[in-house]
Ligand binder design. Structure first.
Ligand code: PAF
Length: 288
């Protein structure tokens, strides 16, 4: 396994792979890897085959954090990440620095961003207004460095995956976007680097995101017609209220592709929610 730091060196390597006809699968991450990330790596390997190349990027992207969100506190452990990547059969870790990726930004000499204007408006975009501009910008830049044929994203960040798909389609990136299922702990909590911030009593209550989805699925599947959003929202609010450490940020019921809110919830729609558990903001979603 190689570690490549500079975008230029990554591009040179990617062009060489391309000239040799190798298939490249790419998993962008911000590091602090867990089993969820590794499932994306395995999916990338499955897609490119044993003779293909799997690249994982590890880069905590400053432009997707708001000034109020603590970028400096984002967990990092490169040594552990490298070990996990090696064990998972990753060929290359691409780990650029801020000065490589955003040279001149501090001095006002970096001014190009990629903005998706529709799917980013609600949900996470409403709670974190500058977040997706940072995500689309860095993912476009990473794509230009790694030149993958296929890139794998996790379904836990459903809106992010939809936004990336739209960007790839709108800007004609020749890349297939694959969305792999959310990996969960045995009690249903979606794996996330943020789970490590949860105190033991908060960790127990954090399952409310999963229990809310399960309850909504049950209610919708009991009914042969659509179920009203108000009724489902009230049920989720009540479940969250039973957990003293939890505070609902939002719950929405949306079309899975357009992310537009629906009035009446049926099978095939998606529940998307964000809940603060203590100080930690967790997101999750699921098919209904
Ligand atoms: O999902 C993430 O970890 C990040 O948003 C991504 C896609 C690596 C971009 O920084």
């Amino acid at each position: 396994m190689r570690i490549i730091r500079s975008p230029k060196a990554m591009q040179r390597q990617a062009l060489q792979w391309r000239s040799r006809g190798l298939r490249v699968g790419f998993v962008p991450t911000m590091g602090y890897l867990h089993a969820g990330h590794l499932s994306l790596v395995h999916e990338a390997r499955r897609r490119v085959g044993p003779d293909g190349v799997v690249v994982v990027s590890i880069y905590v992207n400053p432009t997707q954090f708001a000034p109020t969100e603590d970028l400096a506190k984002y967990p990092r452990d490169f040594a552990r990440d490298s070990k996990l990547c090696r064990e998972a059969g990753v060929d290359v870790i691409f780990a650029p620095t801020d000065s490589d990726m955003y040279a001149g930004r501090e001095d006002g000499n970096y001014s190009t961003y990629v903005v998706e204007e529709c799917l980013t408006q609600g949900l996470e975009g409403a709670s974190r207004p500058t977040h997706f501009r940072g995500v689309t910008t860095v993912v476009a830049k990473l794509f230009n460095c790694v030149l993958p044929e296929v890139s794998v994203f996790g379904a836990k960040d459903w809106q992010q995956a939809a936004v990336i798909r739209r960007m790839v389609n709108d800007l004609q990136f020749p890349i297939r976007i694959v969305v792999a299922p959310t990996t969960r702990e045995s009690d249903g909590l979606a794996m996330s680097s943020r789970n490590r911030y949860l105190q033991p009593e908060e960790r127990a209550q954090a399952t409310v995101l999963w229990r809310s989805q399960q309850w909504v699925r049950q209610e919708v599947r009991k009914s042969s017609r659509g179920v009203s959003v108000d009724r489902l929202r009230q049920g989720v609010v009540a479940l969250v209220a039973e957990c003293p450490a939890a505070r609902l940020d939002y719950v929405a019921f949306v079309d899975p592709d357009t992310l537009r809110p629906v009035d009446s919830v049926r099978r095939g729609h998606r529940i998307v929610l964000a809940v603060f558990v203590g100080k930690t903001r967790l997101i999750d979603n699921g098919a209904i």
